[in-house]
Ligand binder design. Structure first.
Ligand SMILES: NC(=O)c1ccc[n+]([C@@H]2O[C@H](COP(=O)([O-])OP(=O)(O)OC[C@H]3O[C@@H](n4cnc5c(N)ncnc54)[C@H](O)[C@@H]3O)[C@@H](O)[C@H]2O)c1
Ligand SMILES: [Fe+2]
Length: 409
């Protein structure tokens, strides 16, 4: 086999306790005028006041937009950039959860290229570089600080939509685990479970071949040597510390592990892509209005079980990264099954809903959910085991009923 890899990442990734204090020095490399996108929660913190004071001390002028809403409603982006146009920023700084980072990416896009957000939905629609974005996450989950995607809710569409382009990758990802210390247990759980799902779906994604044109035609290109490296790092860190961070939010080492895990998972799926657990979450999220991280995590064990027929070796390797004892005395299939049980156990321990029924999916929407999920081509073709409608219906039904064995057919 010819070795193949692709990776698209920020110019600079900075990680560690106290890193937020270097934001002024980092920002000064990009100009003197910063448009700062955050939300009301973070804007009210002393950490934000310190960050702004630091920027001003470095003679960087700021304009703050502090009304970012969860899940980035489309029209809120237009309102956000209306305020920034006359300010003529040199850069956009996003500080907050994935929603604030995605808002910053969308603002940089529209300030640079104009037009409407919907002109850019899909892959490779962004015509060129945007204003530089400095992404400073306060949750440990989405990986948006390093990914080429912004996710938006559009009132004219049932499912959330994505803008995927290498031009959307932040110039700098600046990650300070202290900023996640205030995340309550449920947010820690759903964001961290989203990150683990990113890493496992990237690591078990289809090998899409070594066609040299693939990364020029698609933003997400499947599993490869470099993304595997980041995915395994993420799985190791999240496996050893997500439950600890959930149980004791003041455990600084666990917080750092989980934030690095989310970052590494972003580095993996930002090029490899995710797969069926994410595809099913889109319609489930639209119907149940439950958080993204919760829905993907509910689906993940069922999807892994469905994928056993095509990716048992990779799933077994996930188990080793999660800390299960390696192969001696058991075969790949036994380790792969134990891996899925371990993922279910971990998710149960941090309060992830175990079935789609408990998530609130109406039973009469199972078929619709399956049809919508199957239609998300970029995710479905990344799944290691192919789907047809009947197989997708069986998967959604199995996850609804909590019947793991029904995914195997
Ligand atoms: N761009 C990507 O690559 C990517 C990947 C996955 C998900 N997403 C998107 O990211 C969004 C979800 O992001 P998220 O899970 O980070 O949550 P979020 O940004 O939507 O924030 C959720 C809530 O948590 C609060 N919050 C954030 N940080 C906090 C902290 N440190 N302490 C206390 N509260 C805090 C926020 O104020 C908000 O009320 C969704 O829109 C999802 O679709 C994007
Ligand atoms: Fe996700």
């Amino acid at each position: 086999m010819t070795l193949f890899a692709a990776a698209r990442l920020p110019r600079e990734i900075l990680f560690g306790k106290g890193q937020r204090r270097v934001l002024p020095a980092v920002a000064a490399k990009y100009g003197r005028r910063a448009f700062v996108c955050t939300d009301e929660r973070f804007a009210a913190t002393s950490q934000f006041a310190e960050i702004l004071a630091g920027l001003h001390d470095t003679t960087i002028e700021t304009l703050v937009y502090d009304r970012t809403l969860p899940d980035v409603p489309r029209d809120s982006v237009a309102a956000c950039i209306a305020e920034a146009k006359t300010f003529k920023p040199d850069m956009v700084i996003g500080i907050g959860g994935g929603s604030c980072l995605d808002m910053a990416k969308c603002a940089a896009l529209l300030l640079s290229h104009g037009g409407k957000l919907e002109n850019y939905y899909g892959e490779f629609k962004v015509p060129g570089p945007t204003l530089p974005v400095i992404a400073v996450p306060t949750t440990a989950g989405t990986g948006s600080e390093v990914t080429p995607v912004a996710v938006i809710s559009d009132p004219d569409r049932t499912l959330k939509v994505g803008i995927a382009s290498p031009h959307l990758i932040a110039a700098v990802a600046l990650c300070d685990p202290d900023l996640t210390a205030t995340c309550p247990p449920f947010l820690t759980a759903i964001a961290g479970a989203d990150a683990l799902t990113h890493a496992i779906e990237a690591f078990t994604a289809a090998k899409r071949g070594a066609d040299p044109h693939l990364p020029q035609q698609h933003v997400f290109v499947g599993k490869s040597a470099l993304t595997d490296h980041f995915a395994l790092l993420a799985i190791r860190l999240l496996g050893r510390s997500l439950e600890k961070a959930y149980r004791d939010g003041s455990d600084e080492n666990a917080r750092a592990d989980v934030m690095m895990g989310a970052l590494a998972a972003g580095c993996a799926f930002g090029t490899a892509g995710t797969a069926a657990a994410h595809a099913v979450q889109y319609p489930v999220g639209a119907l149940t209005h439950t958080p993204h991280g919760l829905g993907v995590a509910t689906m993940l064990p069922y999807v892994m079980n469905y994928n056993l027929a095509a990716a048992a070796a990779e799933i077994a390797e996930v188990g080793t990264a999660l800390g299960l004892s390696p192969l001696s005395g058991r075969d790949v299939d036994a380790l792969a099954h134990a891996t899925i049980r371990e993922v279910s156990r971990l998710f149960g321990a941090i309060g992830i809903t175990p079935t789609l029924a408990k998530l609130g999916l109406p039973e009469d929407k199972i078929d619709w959910t399956a049809e919508q999920a199957l239609g998300i081509d970029r995710l479905i073709k990344n799944n290691p085991r192919p789907f047809d409608l009947a197989a997708m219906r069986r998967l959604v039904r199995a996850a609804y009923d909590g019947d793991m064995s029904a995914t195997m057919m």
